[in-house]
Design a protein around this ligand. Structure first.
Ligand SMILES: [Cu+2]
Length: 103
């Protein structure tokens, strides 16, 4: 089904605050960042890489996030990004978790 690299956006017909993203990577080396905003790629063959990052509200093209990483001399490379994000324009109509309403 997802045979082309890119981003697939899934919405919900009933709950308009729901949104999901499927990122189809063209590379076998990818990771999703955790709550601390970091991710690790392990066991990469030693060579030169170009690393990109993506976020649903990324300001500007994903291609502009490209950074080189050389693993041909050192087995470790650490990269960091400072990303500008677009404002979140989603409709906030989800009920707050654990809240009660009495009418
Ligand atoms: Cu829904």
């Amino acid at each position: 089904m997802f045979d082309k690299p890119g981003v697939v956006v899934l919405g919900c017909n009933i709950h308009d605050w729901m949104i999901a993203y499927i990122y189809v990577s063209e590379s076998p080396y990818f990771a999703k960042t955790g709550p601390d905003g970091s991710a690790q790629l392990k066991d990469l063959p030693p060579r030169q890489y170009t690393v990109r990052v993506w976020h649903p509200r990324l300001q500007g093209p994903e291609d502009a996030t490209r950074q080189p990483a050389s693993l041909d001399r050192s087995p470790r490379a650490e990269l960091a990004w400072d990303l500008a994000l677009k404002p979140d324009v989603r409709v906030r109509r989800a009920p707050a978790a654990g809240s009660h309403r009495h009418y």
